[in-house]
Design a protein. Structure first.
Length: 174
């Protein structure tokens, strides 16, 4: 090793901490946004979509997970908050990865199948007043015209996952 290389190595060793504290290490880790989406259908196999008041595209029930909240518990909470239904059983059918875009960090969306709602459950849907303006059940073709880009990319694969009782991974290509 040359004298110059030895000096560089010595400086690096002096500058670099030998061990990070848990806090120091945690601050160095990347942060990802984590969200959920829940797919509900009616007896005619139409998808429940909801219209938020803060964007042009329609969505499905779901949203961002809170700190220290699992995706499953987030989905249960969001369904209760957004459409007023108490659900306890959901099936994970997809995980969607979205690359960072603009001011938004990269993200993971856990997509769950909430099942087929009967007429009684549908009559109990009560939209969150300060976030949603309307809801409707639509066929898959119409849903593709209404939904956000990430849902347009993930819903078809999730519908196949539901049919085949599997879970799929979907990555948004930049």
């Amino acid at each position: 090793m040359s004298l110059c290389t030895k000096k560089i190595v010595k400086v690096i060793i002096e500058i670099m901490p030998k061990k990070f504290t848990d806090e120091e290490y945690a601050k160095m880790l990347p942060k990802k946004q984590v969200g959920t989406a829940v797919l509900f259908f009616n007896a005619s196999n139409e998808l429940l979509v909801v219209k938020p008041d803060y964007r042009d595209e329609w969505l499905v029930p779901g949203g961002s997970t809170d700190e220290n909240e699992s995706p499953f518990n987030s989905a249960i909470r969001e369904v209760k908050e957004e459409i007023g239904l108490n659900v306890t059983t959901l099936q994970l059918v997809g995980v969607y990865y979205g690359h960072a875009k603009g001011v938004h960090s990269d993200s993971l969306k856990f997509i769950f199948y909430g099942g087929v709602l009967d007429d009684n459950q549908i009559s109990q849907i009560k939209l969150q007043e300060n976030e949603l303006t309307e809801s409707q059940f639509v066929d898959a073709d119409k849903a593709m015209l209404l939904l956000s880009n990430s849902l347009q990319k993930s819903i078809p694969q999730c519908l196949e996952a539901i049919k085949n009782n599997i879970t799929v991974y979907i990555e948004n290509t930049v």
